[in-house]
Write a protein that binds this ligand. Structure first.
Ligand code: 4H6
Length: 229
């Protein structure tokens, strides 16, 4: 999968090198091309923002550098072009899985008060939000998308850590996990997990998942019912 990122803060993406994503890039499973939008500014001072028409606080990213950067990164319009914004469709595991099926994605990151709306109209396929909160730029949201999507690219995760049985894949929260030692600070590992009885262990885990989901995320329970129907 080819991922292109357009940003005013290219340095931020160095953080990805120190993760499973960095290894996936080294293995050639994904490529990440980070493009500095400022490099495309035709302005003699490399300006990328201006005052909003109609007035109001803050600055807006001007269309020229964005449009030129997008066209340079994706000249044949082969990529799914995504704009990260608080107004976008909410990212969830289902959307992550759909994005992981794309051969190319291009992530456009706004800063200041956002980008000129005509870029969204002309150049963007999907507007996505990672949740109902405001960030100073789209970049942390883009890194969330990259991390979540890359996990679904075949070969990125080892067979031990596959995406099949994890939280949300069955629409439920994950059961609690335990490892050694068997007693930690007086707290014991649940007996059933030591029993070697795989059917009982599976039943216990299912019950824990259901109870946890009912307590914390009842909205997910009704959604997982709908899945089965
Ligand atoms: C587009 C428009 C994404 C991008 C406005 C981006 C949260 C998310 C941004 C803005 C983002 C998310 C700039 C508006 C700062 C508020 C960048 N914040 N903002 N939830 N910020 O996915 O001021």
């Amino acid at each position: 999968m080819k991922i292109s990122v357009l940003t005013l803060f290219p340095e931020m993406y160095k953080a990805l090198e120190h993760s499973i994503i960095g290894r996936a890039v080294e293995k050639g499973l994904i490529s990440i091309s980070v493009v500095n939008i400022r490099d495309y500014s035709a302005n003699k001072h490399k300006k990328t923002d201006d005052y909003p028409f109609g007035g109001g606080a803050g600055m807006v990213m001007t269309p020229q550098p964005l449009h030129d950067a997008i066209c340079a990164a994706d000249p044949d319009r082969k990529a799914l072009r995504i704009y990260l914004s608080p107004k976008g469709a909410r990212l969830d595991q289902k959307l992550v899985e759909r994005l992981s099926g794309e051969s190319e994605i291009l992530l456009v990151n706004g800063a200041y008060e956002g980008i000129d709306e005509r870029i969204v109209t002309l150049d963007i396929d999907e507007e996505i939000s990672i949740g109902d909160y405001v960030l100073t730029s789209g970049d942390l949201a883009s890194m969330v998308v990259i991390d979540a999507v890359a996990r679904y690219v075949p070969g990125v995760l080892g067979s031990e850590e596959s995406t099949g049985e994890e939280s949300f894949s069955e629409g439920l929260l994950e059961y609690p996990q335990y490892t050694r030692p068997q007693n930690f600070m007086g707290l014991e590992v649940p007996e059933v997990l030591l029993s070697g009885n795989h059917a009982e262990i599976a039943a216990w885990r299912k019950r824990m998942s259901m109870e946890l989901t009912a307590q914390r995320r009842p909205d997910l329970l009704s959604a997982s019912d709908e899945k089965k129907e």
